[in-house]
Design a binder for this molecule. Structure first.
Ligand SMILES: Cc1ncc(COP(=O)(O)O)c(C=O)c1O
Length: 374
């Protein structure tokens, strides 16, 4: 239930200027020979928006939204796929396999399309249609598994051994953490070399949160920062095996069930690393219900124009829960990591909405339709 961690040789690090503070830019601390090996699609360097009001009321703390749905395939996973694909390119590997709840798979498929590589993607057959569509449109081989993500994961590992492929699975390939950590470098730079007080991260397998920690830990280890931000692990109430097992000597997993498919996992594959980081750096945790996730999704979209998929909206629901319970001191700065686009899972929000019946083309019908609405 864990993943290897890439530790850089200090002599190697001396040859890399991974943050150029004068230029205020992140350069390179990745396990690649050449950044030119990365796909040409613009990955990372996503916007960080400062939100001063919600529902018309000013905020006493600072709210910052890191919008990673702006990545090429519309999710945070592109950070990891780009590095894995580049590594494969440098090592003459032509086929990459991944198991996924949908985003990692569609992301890998997109990056492989950009690099002329083959992708084989195992997903639960019930994954959102948009994610399945993306995988097919990018020309990957889709293996829809009649079962859940955990089954797709195990099958992909078996197939990797059988066919000798290179595997990108999150919580299996340590390069994924290296790609994900770049978000922490970016945050530090976007905040003019300051740390936020809290970062709300949606958690399923626990790889994204480990990547966020690893990035800040790299900065800490190289003396660029002198403390860690507080990272808040946000899980869905129906899929909370990391939060529930923190600090326990015996791991007990409950079957998952949540509307947020991307964070719906029975066995969190990176439990050990995520839990160790949370304990070591005194991370915080919060669980949110499906109802809170859907409300957060609507509130985020209506207040800011950012439409997030349920897993990402869960992070915002976690932030809202902290705000409601007065856990965010005035003046504190709080980042919410928005990891995927709402267009990836329209079915999840559909029950909250009613698309009106068609209006007859004529001003009288429009007037009647708008009565009481504007
Ligand atoms: C949009 C989104 N948010 C959050 C997560 C959770 O990441 P992890 O499984 O690494 O905890 C995922 C993973 O699939 C995701 O796709």
């Amino acid at each position: 239930m864990g993943i290897l961690k890439i530790v850089y040789n200090p002599d190697y690090i001396k040859t890399r200027t991974f943050i150029d503070l004068k230029e205020n830019q992140f350069l390179d601390l990745l396990p690649l020979n050449n950044l030119q090996s990365l796909p040409f699609l613009k990955t990372g360097n996503t916007p960080l928006y400062r939100i001063s009001k919600l529902n018309g009321a000013g905020l006493k703390h600072t709210l910052l939204l890191k919008d990673d749905s702006q990545n090429p395939t519309f999710s945070f996973k592109d950070r990891a796929s780009a590095v894995v694909s580049a590594f494969a390119k440098e090592n003459g590997i032509g086929t990459i396999v991944a198991a996924s709840t949908g985003n990692a798979g569609s992301s890998l498929a997109g990056m492989c399309a950009a690099q002329g590589q083959k992708a084989v993607i195992f997903v639960p057959a019930a994954a959102p249609k948009a994610k399945l569509t993306q995988i097919l449109m990018y020309g990957a081989t889709l293996v829809p598994v009649d079962g859940n993500y955990d089954m797709a994961f195990d099958l992909s590992i078996e197939a990797t051994r059988r066919f000798g492929w290179y595997n990108r699975n999150t919580a299996y390939n340590p390069l994924t953490i290296e790609g994900k950590k770049t978000v922490s470098f970016e945050l530090y730079i976007q905040l003019n070399q300051h740390l936020p007080d809290r970062i709300f991260v949606p958690v399923g397998d626990g790889v994204i949160i480990s990547g966020v920690y690893k990035g800040f830990e790299d900065l800490l280890n190289h003396g660029i920062i002198d403390r860690m931000p507080v990272i808040v692990a946000v899980q869905a109430e129906g899929s909370s095996n990391i939060v529930d097992n923190l600090g326990k000597s015996v791991f007990r997993a409950n079957a998952s069930h949540t509307i947020a498919d991307s964070i719906s996992v029975d066995i969190p594959r990176n439990f050990r690393m995520a839990a160790d980081y949370l304990m070591k750096y005194k991370g915080e945790t919060v669980k949110v219900s499906d109802k809170e996730i859907l409300q957060a999704s609507a509130s985020l979209a209506g207040n800011t124009g950012i439409f997030s998929e349920p897993a990402a909206a869960a992070a915002f629901a976690g932030y809202q829960s902290f705000a409601r319970n007065n856990q965010l001191p005035a003046g504190s700065s709080n980042v919410v990591l928005l990891t995927g686009s709402g267009l990836k899972d329209l079915n999840a929000v559909q029950p909250m909405l009613e698309i009106p019946a068609a209006v007859k083309p004529g001003m009288a019908s429009v007037e009647a339709f708008l009565k009481g609405k504007i």
